[in-house]
Design a protein around this ligand. Sequence first.
Ligand SMILES: *Cc1c(COP(=O)(O)O)cnc(C)c1O
Length: 426
Amino acid sequence: MTTGATDLGEDHARRLDAADPLAGYRDRFLLPTAPDGTPKVYLAGQSLGAQPASARAEVEAELDAWARLGVDGWFAAERAWLDADDGIREPTATLVGARPGEIATMNTLTVNLHLLFATFFRPAGGRTAILIDAPTFPSDRYAVESQLRLHDLDPARDLIVVRPRDGEALLRTEDLEGAIHEHRDRLAVTLLAGVNYATGQAHEIERLTAAVHAAGAVALWDLAHAAGNVPLALHDADVDGAAWCTYKYLNGGPGSIGQVFVNERHASDASALRLTGWWGNDPATRFEMSETFRPAAGADGWRISTPPILSMAPIRTSLATFDEVGMSALRRKSVELTAYFEGLIAALVPDAEILTPRSPAARGAQLSLHVPDATRRLAALEAAGVIADFREPDIIRLAPIPLYNTYHDAWRAARALAETSSRRRL
Ligand SMILES: *Cc1c(COP(=O)(O)O)cnc(C)c1O
């Protein structure tokens, strides 16, 4: 679909919805509503995914098990809490292109980044540097700076930040590759974003991981905005480790439990250094109360603490939907819906600069717009029933989520944004 060809009519949006094979999935979500009960246009799923309608019953089932069984819930519940990963591990592995044993569900994202660094950031000799991409999510930046300081290193010297060129919003792959190559003698670890939180740019994970390996370093990925959004093949890309949250595209609920990928090359190595706790012990001997830690097989050997059972219930039911739909059907709709939305914005909101890459291969379901007067216009969108989000200094982010957003949502949002423009063409 090219911009010039976008039909701007409401009828066209309705026709696209009528022809959408995934249209029925919207009913599986509870979307924020206006006071009169009409659904708002929810385009903030890249920040907090919508609630699966089935989540409440899943959480209540765990509350019931707790009430009825008390501590026996660990063993005797319909789904024993000890088996809480059943229904999570396999669909996650499918979604991110991993082997099931490479996935662990634990903690939350920034904590998991620290745990991956504990294993993979082993500065030695001249290899002391960490390389990250910009714009960097603040938490990731704080995490890597503190990792450097923990090793008595100085971020001013040992943190390499690769930024877009002056006057450009996006990071060129060849610039990242160039920096990785340039610093090959001192690079220990890279932490790159699968999809950038601010611009929505999707990076080439396989190509960049190969560049990192060619430099003799370890490739870690932050997939907060990639998991559930774009197709991933972590195992085949030979990624060393990755972490993501489940409350954005994966709809696990506010503060829901995070997940990690540890490549089986590392995960099968029982001697791999890590921060340990009893939940990472082999489940067969965990309750022997032994003084000797024996790591669980695979990425589960990186777990530390008792899992939050209530937090795992929504993500399990959400992943069942991803598994049912499949990433290829989801991606097909995502590419079409985002292109349609892009065409509407380009035609109706001439003062919006689209920062997100124009090529579908280089983006997911997010459009980041640079607009004059962004805070006022965000408030006007809100008043029109459109929930978007804002990132300093002047970026409006809009995410048409293929599982629950419609073409009509995109049409309503583009029209509402056009009405806030001083140069509107309506
Ligand atoms: C959302 C997000 C986070 C949030 O981390 P939490 O530890 O879950 O609060 C961190 N990094 C990136 C890149 C994110 O997009």
